[in-house]
Design a protein around this ligand. Structure first.
Ligand SMILES: [Zn+2]
Length: 402
């Protein structure tokens, strides 16, 4: 029988492991001395914890750095070869599945499948996800049961049951539907929240105290990442920014309300506005993503007036939406991310910054930088992959079966 004292000692050991591993993973510390200083743990404890992490294959010694007047310090890094994670981005029109090592470097090209997720039953969406996971892992020569975890980003609220109005999902047990096929339960959460976590760990929000990451796609979501306390680490929260109202008598939104920001800056809304603008022309290819890319090319490369006018108007609404955010939460950074963000950013950013200068309160906006995301078109799948990694870090690198 395990005594309470033994249990407490074991908990403390895993707590210390989690703390040290997280600092190394987020590159806050790179050697034992820094770890001891940052964590407040003794040099002997740090030495033991690091030895355990090295023995378990989570951390490696990687060269050394000189220190002022002392012995060279060996550099510690997490080992990418410890294992793989999968990130799944469930959108309204497609499912994107990415395979990454656990430091979130891509291992294979994403599997992208057009799936009308709102039109088919959830168990069929789950089957499609399982077959894409099987495909992406097979191409890399690994099997799904060898993964450290699978993260799923959904529109709406995540957890053991999913509420996603844009998919028509109410209390859908997605993790349960996937569990049998995977052999373990995936981590499911809001896609924008996961994206915010990824931009915070590895992208454009890194080092910000209060960052807002905007997920621009068919809809418009957001995440607020805030650092709490002097040594705090950022935590991310979902914001339904796309459903803040910018026009009392505006078009009806998917949520049922009128004049939501999303009805002006969502990818389909932008394309619909273009189609209704005199001088516009139909698109050749298929798919919202290809059409939006073509719209940007018509405006920027070919200087087509109709396309230019639609992008100008989009920049005004985006700028107003960001100004409202700045006045509400005073972020030091706003990141334009998601696949539509990646397509639109270069063309819109100068005009968006101008609108913000005109509309956000001067004493708040002077601290705010508006920047493009750094994670590319797979940003949301990569964000979803942070979900199992966050759990692994919190557990001190313990796999589910330990
Ligand atoms: Zn709405």
């Amino acid at each position: 029988m395990t005594s309470r004292a033994q249990k407490t000692t074991r908990d403390l050991r895993w707590h210390n492991r989690s703390d040290v591993l997280t600092r190394l993973y987020l590159r806050e510390c790179t050697n034992r001395n820094d770890l001891a200083r940052a964590s407040g743990l003794s040099a002997a404890t740090i030495s033991n914890v690091v030895s355990d992490l090295i023995a378990d294959g989570l951390v490696g010694e990687n060269g050394s750095q000189s220190s002022a007047g002392g012995r060279p310090r060996s550099l510690l890094r997490v080992r990418p070869d410890f294992g793989h994670v999968v990130g799944v981005d469930i959108g309204e029109t497609e499912i994107r599945v990415g395979l990454f090592d656990w430091t979130l470097q891509p291992v294979a090209d994403d599997e992208v499948r057009a799936v009308a997720t709102a039109q088919i039953p959830p168990h069929e969406v789950a089957d499609q996800i399982l077959s894409e996971i099987a495909a992406v892992t097979a191409r890399a020569g690994i099997t799904p049961d060898g993964l450290l975890g699978v993260g799923i980003g959904v529109p709406g609220a995540g957890g053991s049951v999913i509420h996603a109005p844009t998919l028509g999902w109410s209390a859908v047990p997605l993790a349960g539907l996937l569990r049998a096929g995977l052999g373990f339960a995936p981590d499911v959460d809001n896609g924008a929240m996961a994206l915010g976590q990824a931009e915070n760990w590895h992208g454009a929000a890194r080092g910000a105290e209060r960052a807002v990451t905007l997920l621009l796609g068919i809809g418009a979501g957001g995440a607020l990442s805030m650092t709490a306390g002097p040594a705090g680490r950022a935590r991310s929260f979902t914001m339904e920014w796309g459903h803040t109202v910018v026009d009392l008598d505006g078009p009806t939104c998917r949520c049922g309300a009128r004049g939501c920001l999303e009805t002006y800056i969502g990818a389909e809304a932008i394309l619909a506005r273009y189609a209704g603008t005199p001088g516009s022309a139909p698109f050749d290819g298929d798919g919202v993503e290809a059409h939006l890319a073509e719209l940007v090319a018509r405006a920027v490369k070919h200087r087509e007036p109709a396309a230019g006018a639609v992008l100008d108007e989009t920049a005004r609404y985006l700028g107003i939406g960001i100004s409202n955010l700045i006045n509400l939460v005073a972020p030091d950074r706003v990141i334009l991310s998601g696949w539509a963000g990646a397509l639109l950013c270069d063309a819109l950013l100068p005009a968006v910054r101008l609108v913000v200068r005109q509309h956000a309160l001067p004493y708040l906006q002077e601290f705010t930088r508006i920047e493009p995301g750094e994670l590319g078109p797979s940003a949301t799948a990569l964000g979803a992959a942070t979900l199992p990694v966050a759990r692994l870090l919190a557990d001190g690198g313990r796999r589910g079966d330990e």
